[in-house]
Design a protein around this ligand. Structure first.
Ligand code: SF4
Ligand code: FES
Length: 367
């Protein structure tokens, strides 16, 4: 009889689960899900060696293990720390962790520009979400920020190095998905930058996946740049028979136009897994199949309800009950900027899930 595998118990923010030995604290937290899960800007499940660079996933270990229950003196990167049996971890229940996350956001934003209004990644940017959830309203940085010229790396990808947070994910894609690496990180410290090797274009079949793994808007799809805001598009799951990749994608539609093709992402923003393999897509599917008739459409992509992309797209959506007024004795929270009361694009009588295609100005002007 096969020997029963011993599982390790780990408690994260007072929730206890059993996981296999070798699981990282981050993966254990992802099994629990929700707010307990630390943010992760550089770790990527399907890229070997990723993690340990950005420090956004720091957690407090209140007890190292059942055998040695001493707390760890410093916060640890949950993506690089393996679970021990009886470990007790604090994520959002730790003041130190929340303070550290605010510090990491401040560090990341030292050089990253606040150009979300013109950045193609806005609406699906991990740094935008991180700043919104954990950032402070100000910065203490007074020095000149580093800036770079934009660089086309190959016919399909543009590198906007000023936005790069040096997470290394794209270099792992280049290393692990393409035949030979043509770009990497040069120099050290404040001078570090992503660069192509003697201006060689990245023209490998799978190079487009660098765009999908980039957590910010540093690597963008040149065929989509400035075409649309992502929340005005309608994401649809679609597939085609492809000899090179899994052929399972998300199409980002505006009316009948396919504006962008990406790999399908899971709830952590990583490519979905099919039969145990990551669903990377090839450049042919991503950049050359830009017609609806190239694809068999399966239906609307399931987008997290907290994402701005999902707003108004799903019929029958049950909104959770707003509880703030209850606990504040009937008082409404003070919103910094309550655009809902003044914006014309928030007409409650217009059901965006019932209109054909995404909303345009006509939707509101012809009412
Ligand atoms: S370009 Fe994007 S994926 Fe590459 S290191 Fe910079 S932030 Fe990471
Ligand atoms: S996700 Fe753990 S250090 Fe970046």
């Amino acid at each position: 009889m096969a020997e029963e595998k011993k599982l390790f118990k780990i408690t994260i923010d007072n929730i206890t689960i059993d996981v296999e030995p070798g699981t990282t604290v981050l993966q254990a937290a992802r099994r629990i899900g929700g707010d307990v899960t630390p943010p992760a800007m550089c770790y990527y499940t399907h890229l070997k060696g990723s993690g340990g660079k950005c420090r956004t996933c720091l957690v407090e270990v209140a007890a190292g293990s059942a055998a040695d229950p001493r707390p760890m003196p410093k916060l640890v990167a949950s993506c690089r720390t393996n679970v021990m049996d009886g470990m007790v971890v604090k994520s959002i229940t730790s003041e130190r962790v929340l303070d550290a996350r605010a510090g990491v956001v401040e560090f990341l934003l030292i050089n990253h520009p606040l150009d979300c209004p013109i950045c193609d990644q806005a609406g699906e940017c991990d740094l935008q979400d991180l700043s919104y959830e954990h950032g402070k309203e100000g910065t203490r940085y007074e020095f000149r920020r580093r800036t770079f010229e934009k660089e086309d790396i190959g016919p399909y990808i543009q590198l906007h190095m000023t936005r790069c947070i040096l997470c290394y994910r794209c270099t792992y894609v280049a290393d692990q998905l393409t035949d030979h690496r043509l770009h990497g990180i040069l120099d050290r410290g404040d001078h570090s930058e992503i660069s192509t090797y003697i201006s060689k274009a990245i023209d490998n079949d799978f190079s487009g996946n660098m765009i999908d793994v980039c957590p910010v808007g540093a690597l963008t799809d040149r065929t989509f740049r400035f075409k649309n805001r992502v929340w005005f598009t309608k994401p649809m799951d679609a597939h085609r028979n492809c000899d090179t990749c899994c052929g399972k994608v998300t199409l980002w539609l505006r009316g009948d136009d396919v504006l962008r093709v990406t790999a399908r992402k899971d709830e952590w923003g990583e490519v979905q897994t099919y039969d145990g393999k990551p669903g990377w897509i090839c450049n042919e599917c991503r950049f050359h199949k830009k017609h609806k008739f190239d694809w068999e459409i399966e239906g609307l992509t399931n987008i997290n309800r907290h994402s701005v992309i999902g707003q108004g797209k799903y019929p029958g959506l049950q909104m959770p009950k707003e509880t703030i007024a209850d606990v504040m004795g009937g008082k409404q929270p003070n919103l910094l900027m309550d655009i809902h009361s003044i914006s014309d694009v928030n007409e409650p009588e217009i059901d965006l899930s019932k209109i054909e295609g995404p909303a345009t100005s006509k939707t509101f002007n012809n009412k």
